[in-house]
Design a protein around this ligand. Structure first.
Ligand SMILES: *[C@@H]1O[C@H](CO)[C@@H](O)[C@H](O)[C@H]1NC(C)=O
Ligand SMILES: *[C@@H]1O[C@H](CO)[C@@H](O)[C@H](O)[C@H]1NC(C)=O
Ligand SMILES: *[C@@H]1O[C@H](CO)[C@@H](O)[C@H](O)[C@H]1NC(C)=O
Ligand SMILES: *[C@@H]1O[C@H](CO)[C@@H](O)[C@H](O)[C@H]1NC(C)=O
Ligand SMILES: *[C@@H]1O[C@H](CO)[C@@H](O)[C@H](O)[C@H]1NC(C)=O
Length: 485
């Protein structure tokens, strides 16, 4: 079995070489040979180091909420590990970070026909939410499927109640507005709290947390299943109100919940680092190619997929480059960003601290949308630059994936967006979907990713050892070639 995989690798490499003069041509043999070695690393089935190291760190320290002790300990683990690689120069740059501490929290739904009428619902408070106070709040729930519906119901229906946003999953872009702005908009109509149906197309009664915009009322995510349960209760109650003689009308109470959240927000709680690692360029060390992922995570699961994998595939790529006999001309820099999940202080802090050398940044890549089979990059850059990258991808990466390139107008990942806005060509490194195997931007593109996103299930088991190695190798090829050409 192993032999045949290696045989396949060799024949694919051979066909890449054969295709070279026709399809891309303009790559120096030095870069080409090193890219070939990196692709060979991708086929070494015995190298599971990217997955194993992320597992070791997350098993030891757990998740990495920005400003938490666990973030600091995990960062120390990385700084200790990188000492094993003499050709990598690593340092940390601190940024001020807020600490949102979840505290104890619960949602109970009142269903008087159950043996225990206070039914406990799995829930996760939304990041940055205010707390309810220790006594919690108790109110009826009014489901709405859109902001238009909320507006139509208005103060008369909403005031004094908790609003539930129950829209079905279309895409993260479409649905996340309810998580971001739902509480704020409900508050304007006098609501006392907000519940949001978790942003996912597939649920095993799993709540998904995430950040929200400031609001004076508390907000929490509940599972898709419980959002639908509350909606059915509401609809039956409405029917019973309109038609009191209907069958079972006396059993159909309005959905009422008790929400308790002891969340606390500590502004500028501490200073914590971005982690930065360089392999210095051989000819133009001052010019920089960034490959990156964010190091912070939510305080649930262990942040394996979001975005331990992006950070560790970047780090794994740098380690692969460190094993090559020839350094690229420019510096390859890994950044593990802090604070992506709340205020992007890591990205802003890097931009500020490196203001004087922004013009030396030739490319910035981030991986933060899953590391399954590598697909390629969405690149924000002029079309001819994108065409050039596309030719490299087709030449170097068809055997492992990760070589597709499409141009986008917006910033393809959160932490690199200040650099993109400044005009530095930038790329979001993306996978084919975990389950649908659909490419990015297609309707099923990220469905598998959002099964795990911001949940307790974001554990090592969401990731595959061999896929992580292929991701690291593909990112290494991109970093090397861009830094060397
Ligand atoms: C290779 O370089 C030539 C001359 O500079 C250019 O016309 C051609 O488009 C380039 N090909 C690719 C694939 O970039
Ligand atoms: C992987 O390890 C096995 C057992 O040590 C060895 O026989 C095999 O050659 C190795 N494969 C590669 C690609 O290094
Ligand atoms: C709706 O309720 C909010 C909060 O109670 C109040 O500030 C606002 O003036 C009300 N708006 C209308 C149109 O009644
Ligand atoms: C917290 O730090 C940020 C970033 O340095 C700063 O803009 C803000 O004013 C600080 N807030 C407080 C309350 O100190
Ligand atoms: C492009 O993506 C497809 C999967 O959608 C993959 O099979 C192929 O290898 C990728 N191409 C390159 C050049 O990476």
């Amino acid at each position: 079995m192993k032999v045949s995989i290696i045989g396949l690798a060799t024949s694919l490499l051979a066909s890449s070489v054969a295709a070279a003069p026709g399809c891309a041509g303009n790559i120096s043999t030095g870069s080409f040979d090193m890219a070939r070695k990196l692709v060979e690393f991708a086929f070494n089935v015995n190298d599971t180091s990217v997955w194993d190291e992320l597992a070791e760190m997350t098993d030891l320290y757990g998740n990495r909420m920005t400003a938490s002790v666990q973030y600091a300990r995990s960062a120390d683990w990385v700084m200790r590990d990188v000492k094993n690689y003499p050709s990598i120069t690593a340092w940390t740059e601190n940024v001020p970070v807020d600490y949102w501490k979840r505290g104890t929290e619960s949602v109970h739904l009142y269903v008087p026909t159950r043996e225990d009428p206070m039914v406990s619902l799995p829930m996760l408070g939304l990041g940055q939410s205010v707390g309810t106070g220790p006594g919690g709040i108790e109110a009826n729930v009014i489901p709405v499927s859109s902001f238009e519906e909320l507006e139509k119901l208005g103060n008369a229906t909403i005031a004094g109640n908790i609003v539930l946003y129950n829209a079905d999953f279309v895409s993260y872009g479409d649905n996340s507005k309810y998580r971001f702005y739902g509480a704020q908009k409900a508050e304007a109509y006098g609501a006392v709290g907000a519940l949001v149906q978790s942003i996912t197309g597939y649920s095993l009664v799993t709540p998904h947390t995430g950040t929200m915009d400031p609001s004076g009322i508390p907000a929490a995510a509940i599972s898709v299943e419980d959002s639908k349960l509350i909606t059915r209760m509401y609809n039956r109650h409405q029917q019973a109100k309109a038609n009191p003689s209907m069958h079972n009308a006396d059993l159909f109470v309005a959905p009422k919940v008790k929400l308790v959240m002891n969340a606390q927000n500590h502004v500028n709680h501490t200073m914590q680092p971005n982690i930065i690692m360089d392999i210095k360029g051989s000819e133009k060390p001052e010019e920089i190619v960034i490959i990156s992922g964010h190091f912070d995570s939510w305080d649930v699961g262990v942040g394996a997929m979001d975005d331990g994998a992006g950070a560790f595939c970047s780090y794994g790529a740098l380690k692969m480059i460190s094993r090559l006999p020839r350094r690229p001309k420019r510096t390859v820099r890994v950044v593990m960003w802090n604070n992506e999940e709340s205020f992007s202080r890591g990205a802003d802090g890097y931009f500020e601290a490196h203001k004087n050398e922004l013009d030396n940044h030739v490319f910035a890549m981030e991986s933060d949308i899953g590391n399954f089979e590598p697909w390629g990059m969405q690149v924000n850059a002029p079309q001819e630059y994108v065409d050039k990258l596309s030719a490299y991808g087709q030449l170097l990466l068809p055997s492992i994936g990760g070589g597709n390139v499409t141009r986008v107008d917006d910033e393809p990942a959160v932490d690199i967006s200040p650099l993109c806005s400044y005009g530095i060509p930038c790329g979001g490194f993306e996978p084919v979907d975990k389950y649908s195997h659909a490419p990015p931007l297609s309707p099923a593109g990220y469905e598998g990713y959002f099964r795990f996103h911001h949940t307790d299930a974001d554990r090592m088991d969401a990731l595959d050892k061999h896929q992580l190695r292929r991701n690291a190798a593909a990112m290494a090829v991109w970093a090397y070639v861009i830094a060397d050409e």
